[in-house]
Each structure stands twice: as structure tokens, then as C-alpha cells.
Design a protein around this ligand. Structure first.
Ligand code: PLP
Length: 433
């Protein structure tokens, strides 16, 4: 066996070796430029090994809310690591998990009473889908095999999550293996599906208020309310996937509060740990939970992950929740919403901009599509590079350009990003078709 080159080997050019050893996510490895080597991060900035400073305009894939390298989160991690990093969570428990579960039950809709921990957003969704499916089996309604999801939905990249997802570019290679899903285009279409097939439906899954990866599509609050009314009417569990929208992104702690609505299952991740560590949580209603309680052990929820409720992640998540309240994040999000609205207004008449929209700490500029609309719009790589060249990380979803920074961004920094966007759009002379 060869010598293991660690980060302490002075001769190890780790940034160059990335190309040799690593297969990156959502990356065409044949043609993508080399990955940017990040050495450290602080607040809203990433600092690279080659001396650049880049403003993190997408909160590092939508996870970071308090900024990078936050002293309070660092301290929570250090304190916990001296006590317990990880322990099996079947038959064992620990203080950070119990405290976090109690805090989550307190701040989410009142009907959600039980917390099941997992690792990330996809597993939080996977757990919700499986809980809903087994719920009906526990009630001896095993004819229910059909899920209902929205067009343009994105719920993650594991098989169940892909099956309910509706972004064909991401998951088309796997579709032969998916379970049956009906796709609703809006509330009328959902009503039609439920009218016809409610007796076969397991659950309806939705990203409340904003569909993220499907194009940052913002829905009116009325849609959310009607969705809940219709699912209630047919007694179908509603799964709210708040992996992206949770923890303030839409201006409320959880997007369901806009309704307000109470879903039967809720999926959380990303901002749960302030974007520090991987952790997923699926919250369930007492009715769903209760259906699993039985002398018959086959009704057990046979699901778990090695790192379920990792103690470090839970400790940081607790501190993140405390910070959220103490540093008044929702107030900051409301200010950002106002600033974003004013700046977005300036783009309204630009010929290349088809539509601007925003909610909470999310600003969206949908550009006129070029040859290939959607995620594969060639412009996204060009735009992404132009922003990076100017020191901003923005990663357009095809022709949809969006800005969603950590909430601790200052007004000046946010204005500067909008200035950069203006400059880039002008300089590229992106013309309408
Ligand atoms: C709404 C939604 N659900 C689930 C996921 C999957 O989360 P993860 O990437 O942590 O698996 C994402 C990720 O972007 C998401 O936006």
C-alpha cells in the first residue's frame, strides 16, 4: 500500500488532486471547470486557496442561515464533541436529540408531535413517504399505492424522493424504476385526481409556497390553503417538504405558517443545523405515529440510518434555533425581502428578464429562455462563471437566476450583489430569442 498523503503533507497539492480523485455532484466531469478550492469561510464569504474572496449568494446550496464560522455554532460543536459525538439511536438516546425534538415540536404546526431523525433532506422525505405508506398498511388499506406530487417538484435524489420529483432533466434515467405518481398542475388538477382516485392515494407531497430546484416558483398562499382543504376533504395525508423553505427563508419560520396550514408530515433539513452539519428530521402527527403502535411487531417502522440523530448535529441545531430567536432572524428576513423587492423592480423592464419574483430572503430573476429552456439552458454556466469572476457565488437553475444569501448579509453587501447582477446581465448582452 502506498503512503497516505494527508493534508499535513506539504507536498500534497490537494486542489489539483481534486480532479484526480473526486466525482462531484451535479457536475459533468468531462467539461466542468476545476472545482474552486475553499480553504475557509467567514460570515457570507468563502476564501479560496488561491486568495480569492467569494460572496456566498446561495447559502452553500441553501443551507447556511447565520453565516459561516459563527462563534456560537462553533462553541456548541466544541462543547458537544467533548461529551458525545455519535451513538446508536435505537435503544439509546441523548440530551441534544431530546432537546432538539422538543424545540422542533414547539416551533412547528401544533398537530406535529413526533420527530424522526435522519441524515439530510432526501432521507427526511424518504422517511415521510414510507411513514405515509405504512400508515395505510397499518390501517389495513393496502390498496393505496399512489402518491400525488406537483409538476416541477423537487424532493431529493434518493429513489422515493426522485419518484415524487418532477424535474425530468435530473431523474429521467431512473424513471422506469419509480412507483406510481400522479402529477398535479394546480389545485383544480389535484381535485380532479383525488375525486377520481382518492381511494388509492397514499399522500400528497408539496414544497409549501416555493418550489425550489424546479425553478424557484412561488405559489399564492391561497393554493396552500386549498391544498389542505382538498386533502382534508378526502382524508389524505399531506406531506410538507420544508427542506428548502424551513427556517425563515420565506419570511415565516416555516412556509406552512403562511396558510397557516397543518400538514400531517413535515420534512426538515438544510437550515436545521444553520447549514453546519448534515441532519434531517421528519415530524409526524399523533394520528400517523399512533397507527404504528401495536403488539404486532410487524407494524414497527423498520427504518434507521447509522448516523440518525447525530449528537454533534443536534447540538448545533439547538444552538442555531437559539440564535435564530436571539438575533431576530425573521426581522432581518423581512428587511431583506423589502430590499430585494426594491432592487428586483429595477429589472422589470429589462428585455432579457421575463419575470422577477421574490419572497422572504429569496430574489428570483427568470430570464427569457434561449434555445433550451429549463435546467439545461446553456446560459447558466456562462452566467455562473461571470458572477464568480466578479466574486459572487450564484448558480442559476438554467434560465432562472436566484439570490438567496445567509440572513446575516448586510444591506451594502446585498446591494453590491444586485449591482453585480445588473453589470453581468448588461455585459453579456443576453438577447431575447
Ligand atoms: C425541497 C427539497 N427537498 C429535499 C431536498 C433534498 O435535500 P438533500 O440535498 O439534503 O438530500 C432538497 C434539496 O435541495 C429540496 O430543495
Amino acid at each position: 500500500m502506498g503512503r497516505v498523503e494527508t493534508s499535513s503533507s506539504l507536498t500534497f497539492d490537494w486542489a489539483a488532486k481534486d480532479r484526480v480523485y473526486i466525482w462531484h455532484p451535479y457536475t459533468q466531469m468531462l467539461s466542468a471547470p476545476s472545482a474552486i478550492p475553499v480553504e475557509r469561510a467567514e460570515g457570507v464569504y468563502l476564501y479560496t486557496a488561491d486568495g480569492r474572496r467569494i460572496l456566498d449568494g446561495i447559502s452553500s446550496w441553501w443551507v447556511n442561515i447565520h453565516g459561516h464560522n459563527h462563534p456560537r455554532l462553533n462553541r456548541a460543536l466544541q462543547e458537544q464533541i467533548g461529551k458525545l459525538a455519535q451513538v446508536i439511536f435505537a435503544g439509546f438516546t441523548h440530551q441534544p436529540a431530546v432537546r432538539l425534538a422538543a424545540a422542533l415540536v414547539k416551533c412547528t404546526p401544533a398537530n406535529l408531535t413526533r420527530v424522526f431523525f435522519s441524515d439530510d433532506g432526501s432521507t427526511a422525505v424518504e422517511v415521510a413517504l414510507k411513514m405515509a405508506y405504512q400508515y395505510w398498511r397499518n390501517r389495513e388499506e393496502s390498496q393505496r399505492k399512489l402518491f400525488v406530487a406537483l409538476e416541477h417538484a423537487y424532493h431529493g435524489d434518493t429513489f422515493g424522493a426522485m419518484a415524487v420529483g418532477g424535474v425530468k432533466e435530473f431523474h429521467c434515467h431512473f424513471s422506469d424504476l419509480f412507483f406510481e405518481v400522479r402529477r398535479a398542475r394546480g389545485v383544480e388538477s389535484l381535485e380532479e385526481i383525488l375525486k377520481r382516485e382518492s381511494g388509492r392515494v397514499v399522500a400528497v407531497i408539496v414544497e409549501p409556497m416555493v418550489q425550489g430546484a424546479g425553478g424557484m416558483l412561488i405559489w399564492p398562499v391561497e393554493f396552500l390553503r386549498r391544498l389542505r382543504e382538498v386533502t382534508h376533504h378526502y382524508s389524505i395525508p399531506l406531506i410538507a417538504d420544508e427542506v428548502f423553505t424551513g427556517f425563515g427563508r420565506t419570511g415565516k419560520m416555516f412556509a406552512c405558517e403562511h396558510g397557516p396550514i397543518e400538514p400531517d408530515l413535515m420534512c426538515l433539513s438544510k437550515g436545521l443545523t444553520g447549514g453546519y452539519l448534515p441532519l434531517g428530521a421528519t415530524l409526524a402527527s399523533e394520528e400517523i405515529y399512533g397507527s404504528f403502535l401495536s403488539e404486532d411487531h410487524t407494524r414497527t417502522f423498520f427504518h434507521g440510518h447509522s448516523f440518525t440523530a447525530n449528537a454533534l448535529s443536534c447540538a448545533v441545531a439547538l444552538e442555531s434555533l437559539a440564535l435564530f430567536h436571539e438575533e431576530r432572524r425573521l426581522e432581518r428576513v423581512a428587511q431583506l425581502e423589502q430590499l430585494f423587492r426594491e432592487r428586483l423592480d429595477h429589472f422589470r423592464d429589462a428585455s432579457i428578464v421575463r419575470e422577477t419574483r421574490g419572497i422572504g430572503a429569496l430574489a428570483v430573476l427568470e430570464l427569457e429562455p434561449q434555445k433550451q429552456a429549463g435546467y439545461l439552458d446553456e446560459r447558466s454556466a456562462v452566467l455562473g462563471q461571470a458572477f464568480l469572476d466578479r466574486g459572487v457565488l450564484l448558480r442559476p437553475l438554467g434560465n432562472v437566476l436566484y439570490f438567496l444569501p445567509p440572513y446575516v448579509i448586510t444591506d451594502d453587501e446585498a446591494h453590491w450583489v444586485f449591482d453585480v447582477i445588473e453589470e453581468v446581465l448588461e455585459s453579456l448582452h443576453v438577447s431575447p430569442p
